[in-house]
Design a protein around this ligand. Sequence first.
Ligand code: SF4
Length: 398
Amino acid sequence: MADQIVVRSSSVSAFKACPTRFKLQYLDGLVSDKETEATRMGTNWHALQEVYRIAESVELGTGLDKACEHLDERYSEKPIHVEDADWEREKTVLVYSFIGYLWYWQNDVVETLATEYGFTLPLHHPLTGLPLRTEEVVRNGTIDKIIRRNGLISVADYKSTSRSIDADSQFWGHLRLDTQISMYIMALQELKAEGELAQFGVRSDEVVVGAFYDVWHKPTIRPKMLTQKDTAALLETNTYLGESVTAEHVREWDEETKDEKGKTVVVHHHHVTLDGVDAVVKPGKKGFAVQETARMYGIRLLQDIQDRPAFYFARREIPRTQKDITDFRAQLYNVYQSMKTMRDNGHFFQNERQCEATFHCPYIPICYAGVDISDGFTPEGMKREITTLTIEGQETYD
Ligand code: SF4
């Protein structure tokens, strides 16, 4: 259905930020061919939760092993543009943060009623309440989870963020306006009214109250070099922050070399292994220092999580009143009308204030250089997810 506009929370957010971004992504189907670290970590954080939940429902006590196995598989092949150290750090952060997450929320039980629940619903006129023709527009989305917690029905989402999640941070205030939350609550209320949620055990007297946000703040601490003093202690005790680490000083030797002025100098080298793997060693005046391995970094991260869990994890109900939903219904209708108008007249304005706002827009190379993609040209570094294009009223290819 070439003329149908599919209204998704992500396409609405893109349109509100910059109509050209919406056009490039959702009408032209252009997306970056490189996955960002933030996207990959968000996806893998979701996957950890899901694999854990399914494994635990089959056999209690197997969830963490299955989740780690899944992560091993996801990180078995490194993209060419990612550094080895960053790849290893990313996986370590996910594993140890997930262990910390399970520890922190062990007594806060969430009953999952459905996962990955997809919906396609009509868009309604805000004044008449009548549905618009589905040949022209539909609402579409996939709700991460439908849950019951403390007797309340909610849509639930796991989020990962680099922003502060302190109780008084703007992170929470901003969710008051969040398109995805409003869209999913509105959809769930409609589905419940139609009796669609009875299949998941939702009773007719239960109400959809809002969204349940389960947020993970990504760590800001990074792998580090130990001090020379801590390196000496590690080699002596074979322990790091209370955990056993096999540290061995294998050998040391001198090497004659030239400094930047051409003067001969002697560098004293040390070969050290940590848990059987060669360590990164930095010679110093009074000895030498080693770099944390991924496991040692994970041990320090887990300790930090236990020391200040509220920095890393937060859960909150995000409510929506009936007035919020009524207002959102009108907002969605107006956004759709704007999308349609711009599509039909062939002009989408650019919002130059969004190009480098909270993140660098992936379409900067197109917009800044004025690249013409109207003939189906796919710029370097991009790929097309939609392969049907309409140019001057003619479908060009499938
Ligand atoms: S680069 Fe700027 S103008 Fe172009 S799509 Fe992105 S935000 Fe819009």
